[in-house]
Design a binder for this molecule. Structure first.
Ligand code: PCA
Length: 202
């Protein structure tokens, strides 16, 4: 059976819960859209996250890769269109601070997602969940891992769909955080299942 590597992130900054963790853990070993799900949680660490994702791709040789991250403050599920060759932003969980650094010294400036992002958004909306393509994954860890996966696939001629989806906060996180838009865990998880099913139509 085909496999799909699905990653989430640990909590970071003021977000005491990362809703991607629970989704990824609950989908572990499930079969979705014809893929058996391989689940992993990545650290919010500039030195480790990209390397860890790349080594998971290399050891599992999945047929598709989807990484998930929390975009606290967003209202919709947002498949990302593009990852840029920049590490920058707030400190990570190890206290590393990056300012305008390239992720790959000789890497391309940017990579476009190879996931069917338009199909994902159309399907999500068809099934009643708000979604739109995002044209920036930022410059923090989510952009970092998306760039790292796409760079690895390009360098190794791996023609598998790979990319990143940002999700809004869960109610559970919103209760702890304060003023932040949120979705139920069930809807977030259903949204991710729909995104995976969109790969079928490829
Ligand atoms: N979101 C952050 C990093 C980890 C996560 O879940 C981001 O958007 O970069």
């Amino acid at each position: 059976m085909k496999t799909l590597l699905l990653t989430g992130f640990e909590p970071f900054l003021s977000f005491t819960i990362n809703p991607t963790e629970k989704i990824v853990q609950e989908l572990k070993d499930e079969v979705v859209g014809g893929f058996r799900i391989i689940s992993e949680i990545l650290p919010v660490d500039f030195e480790k996250a990209g390397k860890q994702l790349v080594s998971l791709i290399s050891s599992h040789q999945p047929d598709a890769v989807i990484s998930l991250g929390l975009a606290g403050g967003r209202y919709k599920i947002t498949p990302e269109r593009i990852a840029i060759n920049i590490n920058d932003g707030e400190k990570d969980n190890q206290g590393n601070v990056k300012v305008d650094e390239p992720i790959q010294e000789k890497g391309m400036d940017a990579y476009l997602s190879t996931l069917p992002i338009r199909k994902m958004v159309d399907l999500l909306k068809e099934k009643g969940l708000p979604a739109e393509i995002s044209n920036t994954a930022g410059t923090y860890l989510c952009n970092h891992v998306m760039y790292s996966a796409l760079h690895y696939c390009k360098e190794h001629n791996l023609a598998i769909p790979a990319g990143f989806i940002h999700i809004p906060a869960s109610h559970e996180l919103a209760i702890e955080h304060g003023r932040i838009p949120s979705w139920s865990h069930e809807d977030l998880k259903r949204g991710i299942i729909i995104c995976i099913e969109a790969l079928l139509a490829q």
